[in-house]
Design a protein around this ligand. Sequence first.
Ligand SMILES: Nc1ncnc2c1ncn2[C@@H]1O[C@H](COP(=O)(O)OP(=O)(O)OP(=O)(O)O)[C@@H](O)[C@H]1O
Ligand SMILES: [Mg+2]
Length: 303
Amino acid sequence: MSKHFLSIENLTQRFPDGQGGTLTVFENACFGVEKGEFVVILGHSGCGKSTIMNILAGLAEPTEGVVKMDGFEVSGPSLDRGVVFQNYSLLPWLSALSNVTFGVRARYRDWTKARVIEESKTYLSMVGLEGDVIHRKPSQLSGGMRQRVSIARAFANHPKLLLLDEPFGALDALTRGTIQDELLKIWGGTEQTVFMITHDIDEAILLADRILLMTNGPFARVAESVEITIPRPRTRTGIVDHPNYYAIRNHLVHFLGERSKALSGQKAEGPQRPETVRIDRTERAVDPDPAPADTPRLRAVNT
Ligand SMILES: Nc1ncnc2c1ncn2[C@@H]1O[C@H](COP(=O)(O)OP(=O)(O)OP(=O)(O)O)[C@@H](O)[C@H]1O
Ligand SMILES: [Mg+2]
């Protein structure tokens, strides 16, 4: 059961509902993530995406169930898991640069101060922050700038698992595109595994190997795991011409528009595993000698 790099086993989260009762956000959720995979989770507001991510980060305890990474149970935060939070969470008393060097210094204890600063500046410049601006405190930065510092901080630490909670939400379209490209470059050149939350369907298709679809809460379920059968490297303009693009997109839109609601609120018994959905309109789909269903996998091959 725990052969996956990241293994989510029978995860249940309940909270007090504020009226003396209990809110079950999700129950017995089970899924795995492979090493090097880029997984995106899509679902409506309030279904429990950030709750799952906080548990994966080791920042929150589930009511029941466990998360294992590399076979070890996740408990408490670790430098192996880098998080970009929905609300950026920078240290307010430190400059943008120090917010990044803080983590790099903890990660690479034998590095000289100069090397730590150089590395941190490299990642800040990758997200478009250079010059005077990196010496400002978070309160002196715009929302989008803060988000970029938060992204630089996570990337600079080379965590085995990168957890991204709507990391590009506060960015304008142009910056968003640039940082998506940087993310793909960083991920393509490493063994990193990425688990990301977004509300943007097109962003999800561009980036993901696999999209997990969540039904609405309470008793939300990770109902489907949709493989993105579009080869890499992908570009924003190139993917729309691929025969699978609209078929996948329509499936996602339909799920979020109708099925996420229709399937919601259903209390179910036993482990809740997502159903694998593979949509492939290319010739491979009618291969007379098809490979077993779960072997063909799109690996990280970005240039
Ligand atoms: N600490 C808490 N105490 C009580 N209820 C909570 C707590 N944290 C989250 N919830 C509830 O759990 C549910 C899921 O919240 P969560 O933040 O995971 O949603 P989300 O899918 O990330 O939504 P969004 O897309 O808006 O960020 C919501 O109903 C929320 O009100
Ligand atoms: Mg959230």
